[in-house]
Design a protein around this ligand. Structure first.
Ligand code: SAH
Ligand code: SF4
Length: 399
């Protein structure tokens, strides 16, 4: 299991520029982009057209310099370059798993307190698709007991720039912009490397609603990154009041981190369940806009030995979801240093899967990817946190 930590990131076009305090244009809505143009003197009646040009350069072509924007007059390009940047987060490390999974530890630009936080982004290639798993927060305020991110103390919401910036950085790193793909002698059969995005990295996306919404608007815009909302999945631990709103306003696919089939079990695993118990959660799922057999909710279920993995649990699970167009993802628990849980035995998972299968849900077990680089679900936690934990006494080394 070779883990490669490459010395990156020389090949990246948009490298992070230290101490650059120019505001970025990445992450702005079209209206905000028009306002930014107004601030450098672009007359009002030209702003929409100019914003469309910038949008195309930034999100369709993926450029990071104003100087290459040939359809914009040199004078305006210079003004834009003096006032703004087209930023990327800084790559601290890139790791490659033996199975092709790639994980980036990214350091963000200083926030208003001058702090530079770190987040992780993971790319998972499969035969016919490639999924980018992005973070929505630094850490997470929730404390699911089986999740490594949940042990991270430091938390803040990511801005829309930082959310969409993860997609842009990944496209840089794997040469996934249209020009790169056109020059690629063996382009991926799916036409592009990143075909899907899942909000399943660090953080609870529905606690960062507005920024996630704006970032997904940008990612799905047809003149840019152009990912269909059907190929974007938002995963939530069950923030009930925001679920239906997310369907109406964000409109992506939905995944629910279920993990328990009774309130008693789920309270222990996902403490948010005490606030929004199963009955309320499932009612919100039933009310999710646009549900159909072609547009199902994914229910994630982490397999924890001796906790939630009996045949009775499986039967309860199937019963609970009756009537909801659903997919079930059984996730073998991914252990992390200091966890109290173990993954269920393979036989137990198979028995569980068989019951779920018989109820009509196809191949529900998700193969863990990138385990050798701690890139699998729920293992993400920024490197600096992990390093510090190593220095603590063993009893305290919780992650
Ligand atoms: N906060 C959101 C999204 C991020 S977590 C949520 O909880 O849904 C993404 C998925 O990974 C969730 O289903 C989460 O429950 C699962 N997960 C967390 N820790 C895990 C672990 N150690 N092993 C397997 N899956 C885990
Ligand atoms: Fe947060 Fe999701 Fe981890 Fe729970 S599983 S602590 S909600 S990131």
């Amino acid at each position: 299991m070779a883990t490669l930590i490459s010395s990156l990131p020389d090949h990246l076009p948009g490298r992070y520029i230290q101490n650059d305090t120019r505001p970025t244009l990445v992450g702005l809505s079209r209206e905000e982009l028009m306002e930014a143009l107004g601030r450098v003197g672009v007359p009002e009646k030209q702003r929409r057209m100019r914003a469309n040009q910038l949008w195309h350069w930034i999100y369709h072509k993926g450029v990071t310099e104003f100087s290459v924007m040939t359809n914009i007059a040199r004078e305006l390009r210079e003004k834009l370059g003096d006032a703004y940047q087209i930023s990327r987060p800084e790559v601290v490390t890139e790791q490659k798993s033996s199975d092709g999974t790639r994980k980036w530890l990214l350091r963000l630009a200083p926030d208003e307190r001058g702090q530079r936080h770190e987040i992780e982004t993971v790319y998972i290639p499969e035969e016919d698709r490639g999924t980018l798993c992005i973070s929505s927060q630094v850490g997470c305020t929730l404390t699911c007991t089986f999740c490594h991110t949940g042990t991270q103390k430091l938390v803040r919401n990511l801005t829309s720039e930082e959310i969409v910036g993860q997609i842009m950085l990944a496209r840089d790193a794997i040469n996934d912009w249209p020009e790169d793909l056109a020059a690629n002698p063996q382009p991926p059969s799916s036409g592009r490397y990143i075909t899907n995005v899942v909000l399943m990295g660090m953080g609870e996306p529905l606690y960062n609603f507005d920024h996630v919404k704006q970032a997904m608007e940008i990612a799905s815009d047809g003149d840019g990154i152009s990912l269909s909302k059907r190929r974007i999945t938002l995963s939530t631990s069950g923030v009930v009041p925001e679920i239906v709103r997310a369907g109406d306003e964000i409109g992506t696919m939905l995944a629910i981190s279920l993990h328990g089939t009774t309130d008693e079990i789920r309270n222990k695993l996902v403490p948010l369940n005490k606030k929004y118990p199963l009955a309320e959660l499932l009612a919100a799922c039933r009310a999710y806009p646009g549900l159909s057999n072609a547009r199902r909710i994914t229910f994630e279920y982490v397999m924890l030995k001796g906790v939630n993995d009996t045949p009775e649990d499986a039967k309860r699970l199937v019963k609970l979801l009756a009537g909801i167009p659903a997919k079930i993802n059984l996730i073998p628990f991914n252990p992390w240093p200091g966890t109290q849980y173990e993954c269920s035995d393979w036989d137990t998972i198979e028995r569980f899967a068989e019951i779920v299968n018989k109820a009509g849900y196809a191949s529900p077990v998700r193969t863990p990817r990138g385990r050798d680089i701690m890139a699998a679900c729920g293992q993400l936690k920024s490197e600096s946190q992990r390093m510090r934990a190593k220095d603590r006494p063993a009893a305290d080394a919780h992650g």
